[in-house]
Design a protein around this ligand. Structure first.
Ligand code: UD1
Length: 355
């Protein structure tokens, strides 16, 4: 069985690390990886391939730094050309990026079976490019692998019970990666000493979503809230290039500690040792939970609603008072994270078995 997988952005490299390891352990499966190039800085791409030992992509399209239309369009063309050569049994796409949508469109129009991993997630915010990408990808996929029952419920409400789509609840593939690399991260990362911080004495924050970065009022509010929190606990922010560019061009004053984007091992080391996590990332909300950390989500919605319902996450949006109030009022010592929300960490093997 030949599977072409499409990756291009940071969270997809993390998911691919788990899937590709499982695929390469099976002699009946040939995986061909296409990297679209969407993320291209060494610390947004290469570092993940090196430290997570992800197989080198057979194809690299080097498409990046373009508007949504040009980026998705050029990827679609490039992927279609490769699929003509490879003629796989399946094309597998992850998540919700422009690379996901381009891969999905290319495969489906060539009548190649399309598999979507991390299907069924919804923010119900149609202004997000990610929401558009995931709805369209889900609708044209042949096989949908959902991380949660909530994701399956979303699909059922959209009528998927009437479509000819195979749907599975497989757990979260990012949990596979978190479990696998946990020990390695603790042994290999020295980021705490590099940053001169100690466990539980800092807060980890990230900001990269277009809804926050492209709205200066929201960005200003988030920065102000982080500046305030930094007065009582050091705030460490590995800054995404999107946010960096925008902050450099604005005159927003930053008091907290900004560092370059970091690899997965350093990220896991920071997450698992943080006092709390503040983020607009989807993946980091779950990683905070995997490592028993409370998360304040800097968005108005989340796709990972079970985290909010279970009391592990709060939605504070870009509201300064809400962010600060959540930070000050949550008693992080009094939360029991010992709940299974995302499966058993064997998601990649489950997916391969079903295919
Ligand atoms: C993309 C995904 C988002 C995902 C995120 C993970 C889409 C629509 N969005 O957002 O779903 O959560 O990845 O990080 O696909 N840039 C660099 N160096 C890099 C990568 C990006 O400088 O290595 C710059 C780009 O040139 C661009 C900006 O950062 O100016 C944003 O990059 P882009 O790929 O458009 O989207 P992300 O914000 O990374």
């Amino acid at each position: 069985m030949k599977i072409v997988t499409i990756i291009g952005a940071r969270p997809q490299f993390i998911k691919a690390s788990a899937f590709s390891r499982a695929a390469s352990s099976r002699s009946d499966i040939e995986e061909v990886i296409i990297h679209t190039g969407q993320h291209f800085d060494p610390n947004m791409s290469d570092i993940f391939f090196e430290e997570m030992e992800i197989p080198k992509p057979k194809y690299h399209l080097e498409i990046h730094s373009l508007g949504h239309g040009a980026m998705t369009g050029r990827m679609l063309e490039g992927i279609e050309n490769i699929l003509k050569i490879e003629n796989p049994d399946y094309v597998l796409v992850y998540g919700d990026t422009n690379s996901t949508l381009a891969g999905a469109l290319a495969a489906k129009k060539m009548h190649i079976k399309l598999v979507h991993v991390e299907a069924g997630l919804r923010s119900f915010n149609m202004a997000m490019p990610e929401e558009i990408n995931r709805i369209l990808t889900d609708r044209i996929s042949d096989v949908l692998f959902c991380p949660t029952q909530n994701a399956i419920n979303n699909l059922m409400l959209e009528g998927f019970g009437h479509f000819d789509t195979q749907i599975f609840n497989c757990g979260d593939i990012m949990y596979d990666a978190a479990l696998f690399y946990k020990e390695k991260a603790n042994q290999e990362s020295n980021i705490l000493s590099r940053l001169k911080i100690t466990a539980e004495n800092f807060v980890l924050a990230t900001i990269h979503r277009q809804e926050n970065t492209d709205d200066l009022e929201r960005l200003k509010n988030i920065v102000e809230a982080l500046n305030y929190i930094h007065q009582s606990k050091k705030v460490i922010v590995p800054l995404h290039p999107r946010t960096k560019k925008i902050l450099e061009n604005s005159h927003i004053k930053i008091d907290f500690v900004v560092i370059e984007p970091i690899g997965y091992m350093d990220m896991i080391a920071l997450t698992s040792n943080a006092y709390m996590v503040l983020t607009d990332s989807g993946g980091l909300q779950k990683e905070a939970f995997f490592f028993g950390k409370y998360c304040i989500t800097l968005r108005d919605q989340t796709e990972w609603i079970e985290l909010v319902e279970s009391g592990f996450n709060t939605l504070a949006g870009a509201d300064i008072n809400k962010i600060i109030h959540s930070f000050e009022s949550v008693d992080v010592t009094n939360i029991n994270f010992n709940v299974n929300l995302y499966g058993d960490g064997q998601t990649a093997a489950f997916i391969l078995d079903k295919l």
